[in-house]
Structures are given as structure tokens and as C-alpha cells.
Design a binder for this molecule. Structure first.
Ligand code: SF4
Ligand code: FES
Length: 371
């Protein structure tokens, strides 16, 4: 019998028409546009809590708010408020504005500010730096200044087992780890306790998360609130080399990314897709106990976005136009610092100064090595 395909729904997202199946969310429709044409990736709303592999995720962080300028073909009225694109389903004839609407962009800036109210700015010592979604979110949508003067909330350290470190002060309460523990482990012992600004991720009666898949909470955490104790403070992620590898595992798919420092495997993680979501959740044996190259069949360098700091200086360095990008940004985003030092916003002058400074720094490091 011929399979009956559902009738597709046509929507317009930032001026681009796309057809999707009924039940698709606005976020998924935007991702479909980007998957068909990589150059449109910037149109996709950011997601700090939505995580496709986890059912019921989304609707917590408001990073993905968009404007629905026309609800549907039948009812063309705009929606009165901005809506979270990750949990709002499309309607035939819907018109959505994201990057084309200044109000959406301004609101997103406020959401960054809101998330940073309590998140510490400890990126220089945080293991998640370089692969932190909040860092990317703040860089792409935030403001360079903070207006926040109050004390940030802090928490007592809680021990949640031998493998995972919880830093509650960095948590943005996205609930991803809670859904992970709920959906892929058979023994959830952690969740969100209390409400409002007293909310915190905790293990009931401080039980360790000791089931076979608990390590996946590390991979889903968008910030450095849940980190791998076997990797903590070992290296910065941009100095490591990710390689895809697999092994025969009787608990999980055994498909992982090995993170190398020289010849040493210093971390094992699940592989992630373009949107930073885990493809296959992996077991704790693969993640924490298999740290030798001989444990694995290597497949080759992992695909890392060229824009990512992780790919810098490693793969296809000839294609990474780092200095141009950085210098352009410096000249356009330079915010005068409140001091008496002279500064320039001229791109060429910044370029020369940067080359001179690099030379001086290289000279200094050579001297240190030779002495
Ligand atoms: S610990 Fe991480 S994954 Fe869990 S709620 Fe907090 S930010 Fe989200
Ligand atoms: S990603 Fe949509 S609300 Fe968080």
C-alpha cells in the first residue's frame, strides 16, 4: 500500500519560505533552512535549554524568542508577544521574524543580561570555555557592558559522585541534565529543588549519580556547571585535538570523540551534531575508563566548525582567517575604555599594532625558552 505522506505546511521565516511537516516547531523549521543552505545558519535562533534528543526540553531560557508577525493564513493577526520558537508549532501561512526584527534582537540582548545575572564570569578558569553555549550566546547577542551591581548567588559545593563535578553557581537552570537523567538512566536521583532564585540542581539526599549513563549530563550541560572530573583543569579545549573513534561496547553505540593532548587521550565525549546536540548517548565505561588509543578504532579528525576556537591552528589552518576576523571585530566593536590611554579604531593601524605585539610576544617566549 502506498504510504500517505502528511501535507506539508508552508511558513515564511525571516523572508525565506520553507515547507515542513505538521507538528514541527519554528526552531526546527529554521534549522531546516540552515541544513539546506549552510550560509543561512545565522538565521537559526539560539537555544540554551532546548535539546532535540531530550523530549519535553525547551521553553525555559527564552533565548530563542521570535516574533510571529502573522499567526496563520486563516488568522493573519500577529501574536501579541514574542514566542519561544523551540516549543511553538508552525501553522500554515505563518510569518516569523527573527534576525529581521530589531525588537527580537534587543530582547535577546536582555536575555543574555538576565542569564548573566547569576552566572559567574569565570571563563578563564572554567573547563567549558571554548565550547560553552553561554559564551557563544553572549558573544553573538550580548552587550559588552554589565549593569548588574548586586552580589551573585553562590552555593555550597555538593559532591555528586566520582565522575561529575557540579558547580551550581554556573548553572542556568536549563533542565537538560534533569531530562537526561530522567530519560536515559534508569535511576534518576537528581533534579531541580526549590523555586525562584532559590532553585538549584541537586541530588536527593546527596546520592551519587552512579548509573551507567550518568556521564551524559556533562555533555548536555550548555555551561560549565557539570564537568568531567577526569578532565578538569587538564587543558584548554582549543589546545586539544578531537578525533572520532569507536569500539564494540555492549552498553552503548561506542561512537565517541577522543580529545587528544599530544598522544594522550585526556577526555572522551559523545559526538555532537551541528547544533551541539549529542548524536548517541554513551556509557560511563566508554567515557571514563577507556582512555588509551589502543581501546579504540580511530576514524579520523572530528568535524569541527571552522568558526570554532577548537579548530583554530589545527585543521585547515590555511582556511581559518583568524587575524582578519579578530581585527575587524576589534575595529568595529571597540568600546572606549574609561581611561586616558590613546586608542584607535582604524583597522590598518590595529593590524600593524597587532603584528608588532605578536612579534614582541614571540620574541619574549623564545627568550624564555632559550634561557
Ligand atoms: S547543571 Fe547544566 S544542564 Fe543542568 S540545569 Fe544547570 S545548566 Fe542546565
Ligand atoms: S531554547 Fe527555547 S526557551 Fe530555551
Amino acid at each position: 500500500m502506498e504510504e500517505i505522506k502528511p501535507q506539508l505546511i508552508k511558513i515564511t521565516f525571516d523572508g525565506i519560505e520553507v515547507e515542513v511537516e505538521p507538528g514541527t516547531t519554528i526552531m526546527q523549521a529554521a534549522r531546516k533552512i540552515a541544513e539546506a543552505d549552510e550560509s543561512q545558519a545565522a538565521l537559526v535562533p539560539p537555544a540554551m535549554c532546548f535539546y532535540k534528543p531530550l523530549s519535553a526540553s525547551g521553553g525555559k531560557c527564552r533565548a530563542c524568542l521570535v516574533r510571529v508577525a502573522q499567526g496563520s493564513a486563516k488568522d493573519p493577526r500577529p501574536m501579541p508577544k514574542l514566542v519561544p520558537s523551540c516549543i511553538t508549532q508552525v501553522q500554515e501561512g505563518m510569518v516569523v521574524e527573527n534576525t529581521t526584527n530589531q525588537n527580537v534582537l534587543d530582547t535577546r540582548k536582555s536575555i543574555v543580561e538576565f542569564l548573566l545575572i547569576n552566572h559567574p564570569l569565570d571563563c578563564p578558569i572554567c573547563d567549558q570555555a571554548g565550547e560553552c553555549h553561554l559564551q557563544d550566546f553572549a558573544f553573538e547577542h550580548g552587550s559588552a557592558k554589565t549593569r548588574y551591581e548586586e552580589e551573585r548567588r553562590t552555593f555550597d559545593k555538593i559532591d555528586i559522585g566520582p565522575h561529575v563535578q557540579l558547580h551550581m553557581t554556573r548553572c542556568i537552570l536549563c533542565y537538560r541534565c534533569v531530562y537526561t537523567a530522567d530519560q536515559i538512566t534508569n535511576k534518576r536521583v537528581h533534579g531541580v529543588m526549590n523555586r525562584g532564585d532559590a532553585s538549584e540542581i541537586s541530588t536527593y539526599i546527596e546520592k551519587a549519580i552512579d548509573n551507567d549513563f550518568s556521564g551524559n549530563v556533562i555533555d548536555v550541560c550548555p555551561v560549565g556547571a557539570l564537568t568531567d572530573k577526569t578532565f578538569r583543569f587538564k587543558n584548554r579545549v582549543w589546545f586539544t585535538k578531537p578525533e572520532d573513534a569507536h569500539r564494540d561496547c555492549d552498553k552503548c553505540s561506542g561512537k565517541v570523540t577522543l580529545w587528544y593532548r599530544g598522544d594522550e587521550v585526556i577526555r572522551v565525549t559523545a559526538r555532537k551534531n551541528t547544533w551541539g546536540e549529542v548524536n548517541d548517548f554513551i556509557c560511563n565505561t566508554c567515557r571514563f575508563d577507556k582512555k588509551k588509543t589502543s581501546d579504540w578504532v580511530l576514524e579520523g579528525p572530528s568535524k569541527v566548525k571552522r568558526s570554532s576556537v577548537i579548530s583554530a591552528n589545527k585543521y585547515r589552518a590555511d582556511l581559518v582567517k583568524k587575524p582578519d576576523f579578530a581585527l575587524k571585530l576589534a575595529s568595529t566593536q571597540f568600546k572606549p575604555i574609561d581611561d586616558s590611554r590613546p586608542y584607535t579604531t582604524d583597522e590598518e593601524t590595529i593590524r600593524h599594532q597587532s603584528i608588532e605585539n605578536n612579534d614582541k610576544a614571540n620574541h619574549r617566549s623564545l627568550l624564555a625558552k632559550n634561557n
